[in-house]
Ligand binder design. Structure first.
Ligand code: URA
Length: 234
């Protein structure tokens, strides 16, 4: 049994204060009876709780993507601006957390979810979900660099990287695909080959791309996108 108002917030019906006025209006019924008291204990498994003609089933699983701008740290709390500040209130209410991290100065696709199991599978190196980065950098990637990435780089601090893909796009521009998420990984991989990264953007995670999502904006994934993502990290 749990409080009705808490349950309604978890369902994404609204914030605490919105839920209070929704309850006041009598728009929520429990087993067919309008229920105005938020403190009332309910059992969502056994009782039918209706709002706006819909049965509420409790905390729903949410997966969303953010087109992260530079200047925000990937953390839930920090003394610098965090990615959480870019999320709309209705996503924050769903208790989502960032999936892995992008450096403060890195832009691009950052996922959020309230499904802890999916989160861990997505960041596990064992699941090998590929992440693709676009980079502008000093120097020019050569075929020797491509081979060194494929063989598995050894970084300056002796960290061993798994095989990765380097695709030179032109002078000072490359795509890099990695299946793990070590600290500053792409920047350090490029630096180990003498190519300092000047700009970095994650453009793809698994089969997901940013599409036309504007910088700084979020959108929830569709059911199909969530299923595809799950299949990729099963
Ligand atoms: N690799 C990096 O160096 N930085 C990121 O933000 C992500 C991958």
């Amino acid at each position: 049994m749990e409080r009705l108002d808490k349950f309604l917030v978890e369902c994404g019906v609204g914030s605490r204060s919105q839920v209070k006025s929704i309850l006041k209006s009598g728009a929520v019924t429990v087993d067919g009876v309008p229920q105005r008291d938020g403190a009332r204990k309910v059992d969502p498994g056994a009782q039918e709780i209706l709002y706006a003609g819909q049965v509420l089933q409790g905390k729903r699983r949410v997966v969303a993507m953010l087109h992260k701008p530079a200047g925000y740290v990937t953390a839930t709390e920090d003394n610098q601006p965090t990615v959480m500040e870019l999320l709309p209130a209705q996503l924050l209410r769903q208790d989502v957390k960032p999936v892995g991290r992008l450096d403060k100065e890195t832009e691009g696709l950052l996922l959020f979810t309230n499904d802890g199991d999916l989160l861990h599978r997505l960041i596990s190196p064992k699941k090998e979900v590929p992440k693709v980065y676009y980079s502008r950098h000093e120097g020019q990637a050569t075929s020797e660099d491509v081979q060194a990435f494929a063989d598995g780089l050894i970084l300056r601090d002796a960290t061993v990287c798994r095989s990765a893909k380097l695709e030179p796009l032109g002078a000072g521009e490359s795509l890099i695909t990695v299946c793990e998420g070590k600290y500053h990984q792409v920047r350090r991989m490029m630096a180990s080959r003498g190519m300092t990264v000047l700009y970095l953007k994650r453009v793809q995670e698994g089969s997901l791309t940013l599409g036309t999502l504007p910088l700084g904006q979020t959108r929830e994934l569709t059911q199909q996108e969530i299923e595809d993502l799950e299949a990729e990290c099963r």
